[in-house]
Ligand binder design. Structure first.
Ligand code: TYD
Length: 204
């Protein structure tokens, strides 16, 4: 059986990923939907550790390795079996987030080599076929996060400068994850949704 299609949705905090994933679930109910970090029992525990305020002084290398560990479990338990079964997988965030947040956000360019070495083992045959980057300026994203009811994470609370670096990393490396789609989300939601749906349809 042919391998399924692997699509990742990326974008800064407040870029609208969750909203559009909910719409994709309605439009394409047969797809497998998951999230990184998380998506497995162990991954969810690692996610809780990573997002907790108790981890705010964590070393950037440790942070990267924990994201990679959660991702290794997600690939092994969920993504690889689904792709092997010919299913389309949509993942809320994936490897590009590690480059954007840990390498660029944390200003640790030296971690790119570690990221690449470990990722080659983690992903193997599960490289994404397409990456939808929901692009938003950190100022507008901050405004959206302020209006959200749920509590902001320690990543959400980083300074604007951090989020500017994350955006730069996203734009610079988006082409490394299959077909890239950079979608401007500073437009009415229906227009953004049309681009998201068209992008997904074009890679199926
Ligand atoms: P989450 O609440 O899932 O964010 P969102 O709803 O915006 O996707 O929190 C995940 C956080 O982890 C998010 O702020 C980005 C960060 N992150 C990294 O720093 N590196 C990574 O490799 C991944 C996957 C996420």
């Amino acid at each position: 059986m042919a391998r399924g299609t692997f699509i990742i949705l990326e974008g800064g905090d407040g870029s609208g990923k969750t909203t559009h994933i909910e719409r994709l679930k309605k439009e394409f109910p047969a797809f497998v939907y998951t999230q990184d970090p998380g998506g497995t029992p162990l991954g969810t525990r690692v996610r809780d550790l990573l997002l907790s305020d108790d981890s705010k002084h964590i070393d950037a290398k440790t942070e990267l390795l924990l994201f990679l560990a959660s991702r290794a479990e997600l690939v092994a338990q969920i993504i690889r079996p689904a792709l092997k079964a010919g299913k389309t997988v949509v993942c809320n965030r994936f490897s590009l987030s590690s480059i954007a947040y840990q390498v660029y956000g944390r200003r640790r360019p030296g971690l790119l080599g570690l990221y690449r070495d470990v990722s080659a083992h983690v992903l193997e045959d599960c490289e994404p076929d397409a990456c939808l980057l929901l692009d938003v300026s950190p100022e507008i994203a901050a405004e959206r996060i302020r209006k959200r009811a749920d509590r902001a994470t320690r990543f959400d609370r980083e300074k604007l400068e951090f989020h500017r670096r994350v955006r730069k990393g996203y734009k610079k490396h988006v082409g490394e994850f299959g077909t890239p789609f950079v979608i401007n989300t500073e437009r009415p939601q229906e227009q953004v949704w049309k681009d998201v749906r068209d992008a997904v349809q074009s890679v199926l």
